[in-house]
Ligand binder design. Structure first.
Ligand SMILES: Cc1ncc(C[n+]2csc(CCOP(=O)(O)OP(=O)(O)O)c2C)c(N)n1
Ligand SMILES: [Mg+2]
Length: 936
């Protein structure tokens, strides 16, 4: 078919004659009956003419005006992604407000004052530790409605709610705890002085690690709160569906900043919450239109943008834009002119209005349209100025929270419009710099006090550094009301509590399979771990506590064998006919499944790991997460989330599978991990091990379970160990024969991080050497031991270093003790002690970059290392190992080189070894016929 020029359509099928139209194009239905095609044709022609002559911009403008007009004329058009810029809940649908408004307003005023004063006092001379005033000032009503009416404490029969507080709002939460009598004035004055303040201070932000009976959920690394809250809500459902705990009366609240919503993690998991119908979850986004530097969306509208994201994802969206003062204006807005104005005003202007005054708002907002100008004719400038934003009107907020709690089948997001720095006066409100203002001038203080109607005399404000806190009489109506409300709702919030019962140790027979070794069979340490896990799962009491968390890699790690028995958790069960239903290892989903299969989603998996691993405290139900992932995509990709997990005192197992820069040989630069142990070492809560053999793994896991979930038997070295750790175990995909556990194994050494695997052979006049190796490096070291003996007459001892990082940690602690006790006999680090009598050069090797073993260099005189520094690349394992100079032959050369340095052999001998093994040529590396390409 040939088209004339006028028929050419820019690819729009609707304009090509004869082409059937799609039923839905761009969200608009198109199979509508046309009962006047001529008229339709004229409209379309006019539109085409505008496009042709005035351009697409003008055409778009006219279309939007048409939509606007159709709304004014109340002609329904299909829903767009966002609704008008007005409250979702119409005034006539607002519920009865059960509180005492007057008393609640007074309570809020006290808390507002104390929150700001706490930060102000923390700037006194000699302290000056910072803090935030304006964030809480914008969200006080959002919190107070929650505290007085919704947030259930731990004594509530349902078990209580889980609440993520916006990190920068912490002063408000402390200020409430102060009024409730949970914190003293002395403690308030210790804000951000956790070490120097007598008796300890208050942490800057919600940090369970630092205030472990107060904060439950860490926030402030923006974006982690939202994703962690989603996975917490999902985990609550999981516990319920599995029959472990009735969580039906527990709600998850997450208070978030509108700027924070820019983080990919904030929005990245909202689809899961909708898909799993998490109506036990409410997000409250404090839309004060500002972030740290300035407006969040100066040229746009953040509330509208977020509404479209959340609606699109399937959430229930409740907008709380305007306070009650606007209701009568909107009711009088017969032709929709006010709504249009609201819709078309960008956030940047809304921010500016609130930094000006009533006259400005009248002129620049209402004055833009004669119809809206007229609407406020009868109001004074002060009355115009007093028109509130929705997030400051507790009735509107109450209505939204109630609707969220009553809503079934979807999570809810409440988008509440507020003013940053509200009630703090004109220097703060809506100012771009407000986020970082920490002090009030004398004038600010007096105005603030007046605005809040507080009974504080001028004389009390004379000390500009230490204006007083306000604490009403304990018998006042406000104090009684406040405490009564909390009591009715199940006690103080936030509160962290640990009442988990210890778990019994696994049966000894579970470890037998690892102790026996694999005989002639070749097994990778990943498989050894999976075998152990299967043994654990058989245990009637302990088995149900294990929760595998898998980001779409179960098959890679051989965990698909768990599918048919453990099953994959889905709140919907398995409603389809599975393609592999006839197979033994069918993919099986179930409402009571134990596996949390998170899809290709390490951020979500880490959030799941955190929820599961803190269940011992959040729910009093110890659960053991087994989060297994590509080691490259763990600490490197989600290091910050692991840091938050550590803050939350998460316990459990993170398994870095396919570890090593040469062991996952085919996958190349982006996959091959030679540094996650180094990254893990930076997290003080992470206990890392790099085991070589299955029996090592068995001992480590057994000890870890006792430490995190048992009665804590103390450290192998005799010290006290914290249970608030999680383990990072690196496991490999290279199969080799797993030896049986040696007789008389030095278990204490194995757990401390190093033990002598074997001694070098007896050779007359032998030169001695020591090789330290970990993980897959141990077999290379054993081979090097053979070559050294057979080709060069060197007798090398082999040490299995199960944990470079734990040895380092112990050494650093010892060092620190010595620093503090100069007059006493210095203590010697474990690793130094262990290797003190080891003869000859010390060469360390592993599939990690040298910096990993080099962590021990200050404590092991003479230690030199080999490692996989640099980017990974694809090749055979032998070629890669030669390339990086970590294979057995390279180890030999390194040992000989060290002997030459000591003058024990000639340098020419080392050169001969290089020549003999061709260690500088990766293409000369031996071919390994036993290994398949690893599955990924
Ligand atoms: C990941 C991360 N990046 C940057 C920051 C620094 N930061 C702290 S608060 C803030 C602005 C917060 O704005 P918003 O979320 O809108 O909260 P508001 O204080 O306005 O309620 C920024 C950028 C942070 N805490 N976390
Ligand atoms: Mg903000």
């Amino acid at each position: 078919m040939r088209m004339s020029a006028s028929q050419q359509s820019d690819g729009d099928p609707a304009r090509e004659s004869g082409t059937p139209r799609a039923v839905i194009t761009d969200g608009l239905p198109s199979q509508l009956i046309d009962n006047d095609p001529d008229e339709t044709g004229e409209w379309l022609e006019s539109f085409d003419a505008v496009v042709d002559h005035a351009g697409k911009g003008r055409a778009r403008y006219l279309m939007l005006r048409m939509l606007e007009r159709s709304r004014e004329q109340q002609v329904g058009v299909p829903a767009l992604r966002s609704t008008d810029y007005i409250n979702t809940i119409a005034p006539e649908r607002e519920p009865w407000f059960p509180g005492d408004e007057h008393v609640e307003r007074r309570i809020r005023a006290y808390i507002r004052w104390n929150a700001a004063i706490m930060v102000h006092r923390a700037q006194r001379p000699g302290v000056g530790v910072g803090g935030h005033i304006s964030s809480y000032a914008s969200s006080a009503s959002l919190y107070e409605v929650g505290f007085n009416h919704f947030f259930r404490g731990k004594d509530h029969p349902g078990g209580g709610d889980q609440i993520w507080f916006q990190g920068h709002a912490s002063p408000g939460i402390y200020a409430r705890a102060f009024l409730e009598g949970r914190l003293t004035e002395h403690q308030m004055d210790g804000f951000r002085q956790e070490v120097s303040h007598p008796g300890g201070g208050l942490s800057s932000y919600p940090h369970p690690r630092l205030m472990s009976d107060f904060w439950e959920f860490p926030t402030v690394s923006m974006g982690l709160g939202p994703i962690n809250a989603i996975y917490q809500a999902r985990f609550n459902r999981y516990l319920h569906d599995r029959g472990i705990k009735d969580t039906s009366d527990q709600h998850v609240w997450a208070f978030l900043g509108d700027g924070e919503m820019d983080e990919p993690e904030s929005l990245g998991a909202i689809g899961l919450a909708a898909r799993e119908e998490l109506d036990n979850l409410t997000f409250v986004v404090n839309c004060n239109l500002q972030r740290l530097d300035g407006p969040v969306r100066g040229n746009g509208k953040v509330i509208q943008e977020l509404e479209s994201f959340f609606r699109g994802a399937g959430w229930n969206v409740i907008k709380v834009v305007w306070g009650r003062g606007w209701d009568k204006l909107l009711a009088a807005d017969r032709d929709g002119a006010l709504v249009n104005l609201m819709n078309t005003t960008p956030d940047g202007d809304y921010q500016t209005y609130k930094a000006e005054d009533g006259a400005y708002v009248r002129e620049h907002f209402f004055g833009r349209d004669p119809r809206t100008r007229k609407l406020v004719e009868g109001m004074t400038d002060d009355e115009v100025w007093a028109l509130q934003r929705g997030g400051h009107d507790y009735r509107k907020v109450y209505a939204a929270y109630k609707a969220a709690m009553d809503h079934k089948g979807q999570p809810t997001v409440i988008l509440a419009k507020t003013i940053k720095g509200w009630t703090l006066g004109s220097h703060f409100e809506g100012r771009n710099s407000t986020h970082q203002m920490k002090k009030l001038t004398a004038e600010d203080l007096a105005n603030f006090r007046d605005r809040l109607y507080l009974d504080i005399p001028d004389s009390a404000l004379e000390d500009k550094y230490l204006p007083p806190y306000y604490k009403p009489d304990p018998d006042s109506d406000e104090m009684k009301y406040m405490l009564e409300r909390r009591q009715a709702l199940g006690g103080a919030v936030p509160r962290r509590h640990v009442a988990a019962k210890p778990l019994k140790a696994p049966e000894e027979k579970a470890f037998e399979v690892l102790k026996r070794g694999s005989g002639k069979q070749e097994v990778a340490t990943t498989m050894a771990f999976v075998r152990l896990l299967k043994e654990f799962l058989k245990d009637k009491e302990l088995g149900p506590r294990f929760v595998p968390v898998i980001p779409d890699e179960a098959r890679t790690f051989g965990m698909d064998s768990l599918f048919p028995t453990s099953k994959i958790y889905s709140p919907h069960g398995q409603t389809y006919t599975a393609v592999d239903r006839e197979l033994m290892l069918a993919y099986k989903e179930s409402t009571t499944g134990t596996i949390l299969h998170e899809g290709i989603n390490e951020a979500g998996s880490t959030a799941s790991f955190t929820a599961v691993g803190s269940s011992y405290s959040t729910h009093g139900e110890p659960m053991i997460p087994i989060y297994i992932f590509y080691s490259m995509f763990g600490f490197q990709r989600t290091g910050d989330a692991f840091w938050a997990a550590a803050d939350q005192m998460t316990r459990g197992f993170a398994l870095g599978a396919t570890a090593g820069r040469t062991t996952l040989n085919g996958e190349g630069l982006q996959h091959e991990d030679g540094h996650s142990l180094l990254l893990a070492a930076t997290n003080p809560a992470v206990v890392s091990y790099d085991p070589a053999f299955s029996y090592e793994l068995g001992h480590i896991v057994k000890d870890a379970l006792a430490r995190m979930y048992g009665e804590d038997p103390g450290a192998p070295l005799g010290g006290e160990r914290s249970a608030d750790v999680f383990y990072y175990l690196t496991v490999y995909n290279e199969a080799y024969q797993q030896p049986a556990e040696p007789e008389g194994l030095d278990t204490a050494g194995l757990l401390a991080g190093i033990y002598r695997l074997n001694q070098g052979p007896w050779i007359d006049d032998a030169k001695k050497a020591q090789i330290l190796a970990s993980g897959v490096g141990v077999p290379w070291a054993l081979r090097a031991q053979e070559l050294l003996a057979q080709d060069w007459g060197v007798s090398a001892d082999i040490w299995s270093v199960t944990s470079w990082t734990e040895l380092r940690r112990e050494a650093v602690e010892t060092d620190r003790w010595n620093l503090d006790h100069p007059a006493e006999e210095p203590r010697v680090p474990y690793v130094t002690r262990t290797l003190a009598d080891a003869e000859g050069p010390l060469v360390a090797v592993s599939d990690w970059m040298r910096a990993v073993p080099d962590l021990l260099a200050p404590y092991v005189p003479g230690l030199v290392s080999l490692g996989t520094d640099g980017f990974g690349l694809s090749d055979t394992r032998p070629a890669l190992r030669r390339h990086f100079r970590v294979d057995a032959e390279s180890i030999v050369v390194r040992v000989l080189g060290e002997l030459a340095k000591k003058g024990q052999i000639e340098r020419s001998v080392v050169a001969a070894a290089v020549e003999k093994y061709q260690t500088t040529d990766a293409s000369k590396a031996p071919v390994d016929l036993t290994q398949d390409t690893p599955a990924t």
